[in-house]
Design a protein around this ligand. Structure first.
Ligand code: GLN
Length: 460
Protein backbone atom coordinates (compact mmCIF):
# COMPACT_ATOMS: atom_id res chain seq x y z
CA UNK A 1 0.00 0.00 0.00
CA UNK A 2 2.85 2.38 0.71
CA UNK A 3 5.86 3.74 -1.17
CA UNK A 4 8.93 1.75 -2.08
CA UNK A 5 12.44 2.85 -1.27
CA UNK A 6 13.14 4.34 -4.69
CA UNK A 7 9.80 6.21 -4.77
CA UNK A 8 9.95 7.79 -1.36
CA UNK A 9 12.69 10.28 -2.32
CA UNK A 10 10.45 11.69 -5.04
CA UNK A 11 7.62 11.85 -2.56
CA UNK A 12 9.80 13.92 -0.20
CA UNK A 13 10.65 16.24 -3.11
CA UNK A 14 6.94 16.63 -3.88
CA UNK A 15 6.24 17.63 -0.28
CA UNK A 16 9.01 20.24 -0.46
CA UNK A 17 7.35 21.76 -3.48
CA UNK A 18 3.85 21.76 -1.94
CA UNK A 19 5.15 23.14 1.33
CA UNK A 20 6.68 26.29 -0.14
CA UNK A 21 3.64 28.46 0.66
CA UNK A 22 2.18 26.58 3.60
CA UNK A 23 5.36 25.90 5.57
CA UNK A 24 4.00 23.00 7.58
CA UNK A 25 7.39 21.36 8.01
CA UNK A 26 10.49 22.34 9.97
CA UNK A 27 12.36 19.33 8.60
CA UNK A 28 11.64 17.20 5.53
CA UNK A 29 13.81 14.10 5.59
CA UNK A 30 15.79 13.86 2.35
CA UNK A 31 16.37 10.15 2.32
CA UNK A 32 13.75 8.69 4.64
CA UNK A 33 14.15 5.21 6.02
CA UNK A 34 11.61 2.74 4.58
CA UNK A 35 11.07 -0.16 6.98
CA UNK A 36 11.53 -3.66 5.57
CA UNK A 37 8.27 -4.99 6.93
CA UNK A 38 5.10 -4.12 8.80
CA UNK A 39 1.41 -3.82 7.99
CA UNK A 40 1.79 -0.17 6.91
CA UNK A 41 5.06 -0.62 5.05
CA UNK A 42 5.98 2.53 3.15
CA UNK A 43 3.11 4.75 4.37
CA UNK A 44 4.45 8.25 5.04
CA UNK A 45 3.66 9.98 8.33
CA UNK A 46 4.61 13.41 9.66
CA UNK A 47 5.58 13.89 13.30
CA UNK A 48 5.14 17.05 15.35
CA UNK A 49 8.56 18.44 16.17
CA UNK A 50 8.20 18.00 19.93
CA UNK A 51 8.25 14.19 19.58
CA UNK A 52 11.80 12.94 19.41
CA UNK A 53 13.18 11.04 16.45
CA UNK A 54 16.54 9.29 16.45
CA UNK A 55 18.99 11.01 14.11
CA UNK A 56 16.40 13.57 12.94
CA UNK A 57 16.51 17.09 14.32
CA UNK A 58 13.85 17.76 16.97
CA UNK A 59 13.54 21.46 17.75
CA UNK A 60 10.20 22.02 19.55
CA UNK A 61 10.20 25.12 17.28
CA UNK A 62 12.52 26.73 19.84
CA UNK A 63 15.92 28.37 19.46
CA UNK A 64 17.04 26.52 22.56
CA UNK A 65 16.80 23.19 20.68
CA UNK A 66 17.45 24.55 17.18
CA UNK A 67 20.16 22.02 16.37
CA UNK A 68 19.22 19.20 18.71
CA UNK A 69 19.47 15.68 17.27
CA UNK A 70 18.02 13.07 19.67
CA UNK A 71 19.92 9.84 20.27
CA UNK A 72 16.77 7.67 20.43
CA UNK A 73 13.14 7.44 19.27
CA UNK A 74 10.02 8.25 21.25
CA UNK A 75 8.03 5.07 21.95
CA UNK A 76 5.32 6.10 19.45
CA UNK A 77 7.94 6.64 16.74
CA UNK A 78 9.52 3.27 17.46
CA UNK A 79 6.12 1.59 17.20
CA UNK A 80 5.25 3.41 13.96
CA UNK A 81 8.53 2.31 12.37
CA UNK A 82 7.94 -1.28 13.46
CA UNK A 83 4.52 -1.10 11.79
CA UNK A 84 6.19 0.03 8.56
CA UNK A 85 5.48 3.78 8.59
CA UNK A 86 8.02 6.13 7.01
CA UNK A 87 8.94 9.19 9.08
CA UNK A 88 8.87 11.76 6.29
CA UNK A 89 9.35 14.92 8.31
CA UNK A 90 8.87 17.00 11.42
CA UNK A 91 6.11 19.57 11.60
CA UNK A 92 5.97 23.12 12.88
CA UNK A 93 4.33 24.10 16.17
CA UNK A 94 4.06 26.93 18.64
CA UNK A 95 7.29 26.87 20.65
CA UNK A 96 7.18 23.89 23.06
CA UNK A 97 3.49 23.46 22.06
CA UNK A 98 2.49 26.59 23.95
CA UNK A 99 0.01 28.39 21.76
CA UNK A 100 -3.02 28.09 19.52
CA UNK A 101 -1.88 29.42 16.15
CA UNK A 102 1.60 28.19 15.15
CA UNK A 103 2.50 31.88 14.92
CA UNK A 104 4.62 31.35 18.01
CA UNK A 105 7.11 29.05 16.36
CA UNK A 106 10.58 30.58 16.80
CA UNK A 107 11.22 29.96 13.07
CA UNK A 108 8.18 30.88 10.93
CA UNK A 109 4.38 30.72 11.04
CA UNK A 110 2.50 27.95 9.21
CA UNK A 111 -0.36 28.94 6.93
CA UNK A 112 -3.82 27.39 6.73
CA UNK A 113 -4.08 25.50 3.40
CA UNK A 114 -7.79 26.41 3.14
CA UNK A 115 -6.96 30.13 3.24
CA UNK A 116 -3.30 31.13 3.27
CA UNK A 117 -4.06 34.41 5.07
CA UNK A 118 -5.25 32.49 8.11
CA UNK A 119 -3.66 30.52 10.93
CA UNK A 120 -3.93 26.72 10.78
CA UNK A 121 -4.47 26.71 14.56
CA UNK A 122 -2.06 25.23 17.01
CA UNK A 123 -0.03 24.14 18.52
CA UNK A 124 -0.04 21.14 16.14
CA UNK A 125 -0.62 23.52 13.21
CA UNK A 126 2.12 22.02 11.04
CA UNK A 127 0.67 18.51 11.34
CA UNK A 128 -2.85 19.79 10.60
CA UNK A 129 -1.71 21.76 7.55
CA UNK A 130 0.34 18.83 6.21
CA UNK A 131 -2.70 16.53 6.37
CA UNK A 132 -5.22 19.11 5.14
CA UNK A 133 -3.03 19.94 2.11
CA UNK A 134 -2.65 16.22 1.26
CA UNK A 135 1.10 16.28 1.85
CA UNK A 136 0.75 13.22 4.11
CA UNK A 137 -2.19 10.90 4.87
CA UNK A 138 -1.59 11.01 8.64
CA UNK A 139 0.40 12.95 11.20
CA UNK A 140 1.00 12.87 14.93
CA UNK A 141 0.24 15.82 17.15
CA UNK A 142 0.26 16.43 20.89
CA UNK A 143 -2.62 17.80 22.92
CA UNK A 144 -2.27 19.47 26.32
CA UNK A 145 -5.25 21.81 26.14
CA UNK A 146 -6.55 21.25 22.61
CA UNK A 147 -3.51 21.30 20.35
CA UNK A 148 -4.63 18.33 18.24
CA UNK A 149 -8.35 19.11 18.09
CA UNK A 150 -8.28 22.89 17.57
CA UNK A 151 -6.00 22.92 14.49
CA UNK A 152 -7.98 19.97 13.12
CA UNK A 153 -11.15 22.07 13.44
CA UNK A 154 -9.51 25.03 11.67
CA UNK A 155 -8.27 22.91 8.77
CA UNK A 156 -11.24 20.55 8.36
CA UNK A 157 -9.69 17.22 9.38
CA UNK A 158 -10.11 14.62 12.15
CA UNK A 159 -7.84 14.94 15.18
CA UNK A 160 -8.01 12.64 18.19
CA UNK A 161 -6.77 13.12 21.75
CA UNK A 162 -6.77 9.68 23.38
CA UNK A 163 -7.55 8.93 27.05
CA UNK A 164 -4.69 10.05 29.29
CA UNK A 165 -2.51 6.99 29.83
CA UNK A 166 -3.44 5.19 26.62
CA UNK A 167 -0.48 6.37 24.53
CA UNK A 168 3.07 6.55 25.86
CA UNK A 169 4.52 10.02 26.39
CA UNK A 170 8.07 8.67 26.47
CA UNK A 171 10.00 10.88 24.07
CA UNK A 172 7.37 13.61 23.92
CA UNK A 173 9.13 16.74 25.14
CA UNK A 174 7.17 17.49 28.32
CA UNK A 175 4.97 20.59 28.44
CA UNK A 176 2.44 19.81 31.22
CA UNK A 177 2.88 16.14 32.04
CA UNK A 178 -0.49 15.62 33.74
CA UNK A 179 -2.30 16.86 30.62
CA UNK A 180 -0.10 15.95 27.61
CA UNK A 181 -1.20 13.18 25.21
CA UNK A 182 0.01 12.21 21.74
CA UNK A 183 -2.62 11.44 19.09
CA UNK A 184 -3.26 11.07 15.34
CA UNK A 185 -4.59 13.58 12.78
CA UNK A 186 -6.03 12.39 9.44
CA UNK A 187 -8.75 12.87 6.84
CA UNK A 188 -10.73 9.78 7.81
CA UNK A 189 -11.74 8.12 11.07
CA UNK A 190 -10.43 4.80 9.73
CA UNK A 191 -6.94 6.26 9.45
CA UNK A 192 -7.20 7.63 12.99
CA UNK A 193 -8.24 4.17 14.24
CA UNK A 194 -5.40 2.46 12.36
CA UNK A 195 -2.74 4.75 13.82
CA UNK A 196 -4.26 4.35 17.29
CA UNK A 197 -3.98 0.55 16.95
CA UNK A 198 -0.25 1.03 16.37
CA UNK A 199 0.62 3.62 19.02
CA UNK A 200 -1.64 2.69 21.98
CA UNK A 201 -0.55 0.48 24.83
CA UNK A 202 1.34 0.11 28.07
CA UNK A 203 4.96 1.25 27.99
CA UNK A 204 7.36 0.52 30.80
CA UNK A 205 9.13 3.81 29.99
CA UNK A 206 6.00 5.83 30.91
CA UNK A 207 4.57 4.88 34.30
CA UNK A 208 1.30 6.69 33.56
CA UNK A 209 0.41 4.30 30.74
CA UNK A 210 -2.28 1.75 31.54
CA UNK A 211 -2.50 -1.87 30.50
CA UNK A 212 -5.73 -1.99 28.51
CA UNK A 213 -6.33 -3.74 25.26
CA UNK A 214 -8.59 -1.81 22.92
CA UNK A 215 -9.65 -2.99 19.47
CA UNK A 216 -10.14 0.28 17.60
CA UNK A 217 -11.34 -1.29 14.36
CA UNK A 218 -13.70 -4.12 15.35
CA UNK A 219 -16.85 -2.04 16.05
CA UNK A 220 -15.95 1.04 14.06
CA UNK A 221 -18.76 0.59 11.52
CA UNK A 222 -21.50 -0.53 13.87
CA UNK A 223 -23.28 2.82 14.00
CA UNK A 224 -24.79 4.60 16.98
CA UNK A 225 -28.41 3.38 17.09
CA UNK A 226 -29.66 3.33 20.65
CA UNK A 227 -26.77 5.34 22.11
CA UNK A 228 -27.48 8.19 24.49
CA UNK A 229 -25.57 11.38 23.76
CA UNK A 230 -25.39 14.47 25.98
CA UNK A 231 -25.23 17.80 24.12
CA UNK A 232 -23.57 20.34 26.40
CA UNK A 233 -25.89 23.34 26.40
CA UNK A 234 -23.53 25.37 28.60
CA UNK A 235 -21.65 26.20 25.40
CA UNK A 236 -24.32 28.77 24.51
CA UNK A 237 -23.32 30.76 27.63
CA UNK A 238 -19.92 31.37 26.06
CA UNK A 239 -19.81 35.02 25.05
CA UNK A 240 -17.36 34.53 22.23
CA UNK A 241 -19.47 31.84 20.51
CA UNK A 242 -19.68 32.58 16.77
CA UNK A 243 -23.17 32.35 15.26
CA UNK A 244 -22.06 29.88 12.57
CA UNK A 245 -20.56 27.61 15.24
CA UNK A 246 -23.78 27.74 17.27
CA UNK A 247 -25.83 26.84 14.19
CA UNK A 248 -23.48 24.05 13.17
CA UNK A 249 -23.71 22.60 16.67
CA UNK A 250 -27.51 22.45 16.48
CA UNK A 251 -27.24 20.82 13.06
CA UNK A 252 -24.75 18.33 14.51
CA UNK A 253 -27.32 17.35 17.14
CA UNK A 254 -29.87 16.71 14.38
CA UNK A 255 -27.49 14.51 12.41
CA UNK A 256 -26.79 12.39 15.49
CA UNK A 257 -30.52 12.00 16.10
CA UNK A 258 -31.07 10.99 12.47
CA UNK A 259 -28.47 8.30 12.99
CA UNK A 260 -30.67 6.75 15.67
CA UNK A 261 -29.08 8.01 18.88
CA UNK A 262 -31.02 9.79 21.57
CA UNK A 263 -29.72 13.29 22.29
CA UNK A 264 -30.44 15.16 25.50
CA UNK A 265 -29.28 18.65 26.39
CA UNK A 266 -27.13 18.69 29.51
CA UNK A 267 -25.58 21.35 31.72
CA UNK A 268 -21.90 21.14 32.59
CA UNK A 269 -21.59 24.46 34.40
CA UNK A 270 -18.03 24.08 35.70
CA UNK A 271 -16.68 24.17 32.12
CA UNK A 272 -16.52 27.93 32.55
CA UNK A 273 -13.69 27.53 35.08
CA UNK A 274 -11.59 25.29 32.87
CA UNK A 275 -9.52 28.04 31.23
CA UNK A 276 -8.65 29.65 34.58
CA UNK A 277 -7.68 26.31 36.07
CA UNK A 278 -5.64 25.24 33.04
CA UNK A 279 -3.63 28.46 32.93
CA UNK A 280 -2.50 27.82 36.50
CA UNK A 281 -1.82 24.09 36.30
CA UNK A 282 -0.16 24.06 32.86
CA UNK A 283 2.31 26.93 33.56
CA UNK A 284 3.14 25.43 36.97
CA UNK A 285 4.16 22.20 35.27
CA UNK A 286 6.00 24.22 32.60
CA UNK A 287 8.14 26.03 35.15
CA UNK A 288 9.25 22.69 36.50
CA UNK A 289 9.55 20.76 33.21
CA UNK A 290 11.49 23.43 31.34
CA UNK A 291 14.10 23.87 34.07
CA UNK A 292 16.08 21.15 32.30
CA UNK A 293 16.96 23.55 29.47
CA UNK A 294 19.92 25.20 31.13
CA UNK A 295 22.67 25.15 28.54
CA UNK A 296 24.35 22.21 30.24
CA UNK A 297 22.43 19.18 29.01
CA UNK A 298 20.72 20.03 25.74
CA UNK A 299 20.92 22.39 22.82
CA UNK A 300 21.93 26.01 22.97
CA UNK A 301 24.68 27.23 25.32
CA UNK A 302 25.68 30.85 25.74
CA UNK A 303 28.81 31.22 27.81
CA UNK A 304 28.94 33.45 30.89
CA UNK A 305 31.39 34.50 33.58
CA UNK A 306 30.03 31.82 35.87
CA UNK A 307 27.45 29.02 35.73
CA UNK A 308 24.54 31.20 36.87
CA UNK A 309 25.26 33.73 34.19
CA UNK A 310 25.42 30.93 31.63
CA UNK A 311 21.98 29.66 32.69
CA UNK A 312 20.53 33.13 32.47
CA UNK A 313 22.03 34.06 29.13
CA UNK A 314 21.12 30.70 27.58
CA UNK A 315 17.51 30.76 28.77
CA UNK A 316 17.07 34.40 27.90
CA UNK A 317 18.29 33.92 24.35
CA UNK A 318 16.78 30.45 23.86
CA UNK A 319 13.17 30.88 24.96
CA UNK A 320 10.56 33.00 23.18
CA UNK A 321 8.15 35.43 24.77
CA UNK A 322 5.22 33.07 25.36
CA UNK A 323 7.41 30.36 26.89
CA UNK A 324 8.99 32.90 29.22
CA UNK A 325 5.55 34.21 30.19
CA UNK A 326 4.46 30.70 31.17
CA UNK A 327 7.64 29.94 33.11
CA UNK A 328 7.17 33.19 35.05
CA UNK A 329 3.48 32.51 35.70
CA UNK A 330 4.19 28.97 36.85
CA UNK A 331 7.10 29.95 39.06
CA UNK A 332 4.80 32.46 40.71
CA UNK A 333 1.90 30.03 41.25
CA UNK A 334 4.26 27.41 42.72
CA UNK A 335 6.10 29.81 45.02
CA UNK A 336 5.71 29.19 48.77
CA UNK A 337 3.44 32.18 49.41
CA UNK A 338 1.03 31.54 46.56
CA UNK A 339 1.05 27.75 46.26
CA UNK A 340 -2.08 27.23 48.38
CA UNK A 341 -4.00 30.15 46.90
CA UNK A 342 -3.33 29.22 43.27
CA UNK A 343 -1.88 25.79 42.59
CA UNK A 344 -3.72 23.81 45.31
CA UNK A 345 -6.95 25.65 44.60
CA UNK A 346 -6.66 24.94 40.88
CA UNK A 347 -6.13 21.24 41.61
CA UNK A 348 -9.34 21.18 43.64
CA UNK A 349 -11.33 22.87 40.89
CA UNK A 350 -9.79 20.45 38.37
CA UNK A 351 -11.20 17.62 40.50
CA UNK A 352 -14.65 19.25 40.50
CA UNK A 353 -14.69 19.74 36.72
CA UNK A 354 -13.57 16.12 36.24
CA UNK A 355 -16.24 14.79 38.62
CA UNK A 356 -18.93 16.75 36.85
CA UNK A 357 -17.85 15.25 33.52
CA UNK A 358 -17.52 11.70 34.92
CA UNK A 359 -21.01 11.99 36.42
CA UNK A 360 -22.56 13.17 33.15
CA UNK A 361 -20.81 10.32 31.39
CA UNK A 362 -22.45 7.81 33.71
CA UNK A 363 -25.70 8.75 32.05
CA UNK A 364 -24.45 9.27 28.49
CA UNK A 365 -22.31 7.24 26.12
CA UNK A 366 -20.61 10.46 25.06
CA UNK A 367 -20.84 14.22 25.33
CA UNK A 368 -20.80 16.62 22.39
CA UNK A 369 -19.81 20.27 22.07
CA UNK A 370 -18.09 22.44 19.46
CA UNK A 371 -14.29 22.17 19.31
CA UNK A 372 -13.61 25.92 19.13
CA UNK A 373 -15.99 28.90 19.56
CA UNK A 374 -14.89 30.54 16.27
CA UNK A 375 -13.49 29.78 12.80
CA UNK A 376 -9.75 30.33 12.12
CA UNK A 377 -8.59 33.95 12.61
CA UNK A 378 -6.20 35.72 10.23
CA UNK A 379 -2.45 35.57 10.78
CA UNK A 380 -1.49 38.46 13.07
CA UNK A 381 -5.12 39.32 13.81
CA UNK A 382 -5.03 38.32 17.47
CA UNK A 383 -2.25 40.02 19.34
CA UNK A 384 -3.00 39.57 23.03
CA UNK A 385 -2.38 36.12 24.53
CA UNK A 386 -5.60 36.18 26.58
CA UNK A 387 -7.89 36.06 23.53
CA UNK A 388 -6.16 32.88 22.43
CA UNK A 389 -6.29 31.42 25.96
CA UNK A 390 -10.06 31.96 26.08
CA UNK A 391 -10.53 30.10 22.78
CA UNK A 392 -9.43 26.88 24.53
CA UNK A 393 -12.59 26.72 26.63
CA UNK A 394 -14.15 23.73 24.86
CA UNK A 395 -11.01 21.65 24.45
CA UNK A 396 -9.40 22.01 27.90
CA UNK A 397 -12.05 20.03 29.87
CA UNK A 398 -11.08 16.72 28.19
CA UNK A 399 -7.44 17.28 29.20
CA UNK A 400 -8.28 18.20 32.79
CA UNK A 401 -10.38 15.02 33.14
CA UNK A 402 -8.13 12.80 31.01
CA UNK A 403 -10.99 11.93 28.65
CA UNK A 404 -10.75 10.87 24.99
CA UNK A 405 -12.03 13.51 22.53
CA UNK A 406 -12.08 13.89 18.76
CA UNK A 407 -12.62 16.78 16.36
CA UNK A 408 -15.10 15.98 13.61
CA UNK A 409 -15.05 18.41 10.66
CA UNK A 410 -18.61 19.68 10.52
CA UNK A 411 -20.18 22.85 9.16
CA UNK A 412 -18.71 25.94 7.56
CA UNK A 413 -18.37 29.64 8.16
CA UNK A 414 -18.04 31.14 4.68
CA UNK A 415 -15.38 28.95 3.11
CA UNK A 416 -13.79 28.10 6.47
CA UNK A 417 -14.25 24.69 8.07
CA UNK A 418 -15.71 24.27 11.56
CA UNK A 419 -15.31 21.37 13.94
CA UNK A 420 -17.50 19.58 16.45
CA UNK A 421 -16.21 17.51 19.33
CA UNK A 422 -17.15 14.12 20.78
CA UNK A 423 -15.88 13.36 24.27
CA UNK A 424 -16.15 9.87 25.77
CA UNK A 425 -15.56 7.91 28.95
CA UNK A 426 -12.01 7.07 29.97
CA UNK A 427 -10.66 4.19 27.86
CA UNK A 428 -13.81 4.10 25.72
CA UNK A 429 -11.75 5.58 22.91
CA UNK A 430 -13.10 3.02 20.44
CA UNK A 431 -16.65 4.20 21.10
CA UNK A 432 -15.68 7.83 20.43
CA UNK A 433 -14.21 6.78 17.09
CA UNK A 434 -17.30 4.70 16.29
CA UNK A 435 -19.56 7.74 16.81
CA UNK A 436 -17.24 9.89 14.69
CA UNK A 437 -17.28 7.26 11.94
CA UNK A 438 -21.08 7.18 11.86
CA UNK A 439 -21.12 10.95 11.42
CA UNK A 440 -18.41 10.84 8.76
CA UNK A 441 -20.48 8.31 6.81
CA UNK A 442 -23.63 10.38 7.02
CA UNK A 443 -22.03 13.72 6.19
CA UNK A 444 -20.26 12.39 3.14
CA UNK A 445 -22.66 9.74 1.88
CA UNK A 446 -26.10 11.11 2.50
CA UNK A 447 -28.92 9.40 0.56
CA UNK A 448 -30.03 12.53 -1.30
CA UNK A 449 -26.44 13.48 -1.97
CA UNK A 450 -26.74 16.46 0.35
CA UNK A 451 -23.92 17.01 2.79
CA UNK A 452 -24.42 18.51 6.20
CA UNK A 453 -22.05 21.31 5.46
CA UNK A 454 -18.98 19.24 6.07
CA UNK A 455 -16.05 21.15 4.64
CA UNK A 456 -15.31 18.70 1.87
CA UNK A 457 -16.16 15.24 0.66
CA UNK A 458 -13.91 12.99 2.64
CA UNK A 459 -12.15 10.38 0.59
CA UNK A 460 -12.75 6.95 2.11
N1 GLN B 1 -3.60 26.44 23.32
C1 GLN B 1 -3.23 25.77 24.53
C2 GLN B 1 -2.02 26.41 25.13
O1 GLN B 1 -1.60 27.36 24.62
C3 GLN B 1 -3.05 24.30 24.29
C4 GLN B 1 -1.72 23.91 23.83
C5 GLN B 1 -1.55 22.43 23.67
O2 GLN B 1 -2.52 21.67 23.74
N2 GLN B 1 -0.31 22.01 23.51
O3 GLN B 1 -1.50 25.98 26.11
Amino acid sequence: MGYKKDQIKDFAEEIKEKDKDIKAFITIVDDPEVPESGEYKGVPIAIKDNIITEGIKTTCASKILENYIPPFDATVVKKLKEAGFVIIGKTNLDEFAMGSSTERSAFFPTRNPIDLERIPGGSSGGSAAAVAADMVPVALGSDTGGSIRQPSAFTGIYGFKPTYGLVSRYGLVAFASSLDQIGPMAKTVDDIAKVMSVIAGKDEMDSTTVDVNIDFLKDLNKGIKGMKIGAIKTVFDEQGLHEDVANAFEEFVKVIEELGAEVEWVDVPSIKYSVAVYYIIAPSEVSSNLSRFDGVRYGLRIKGENIKEMYMKTRNAGFGEEVKRRILLGTFTLSATYYEAYFSKAQKVRRKISDELYNSLKEFDALILPTVPTPAPKIGEIKDPLTYYLMDIFTIPANLAGLPAINVPFGKSGNLPLGMQIMGRRFEDAKVLRIAKAIQESTTKNKDGKTHGCYREIKS
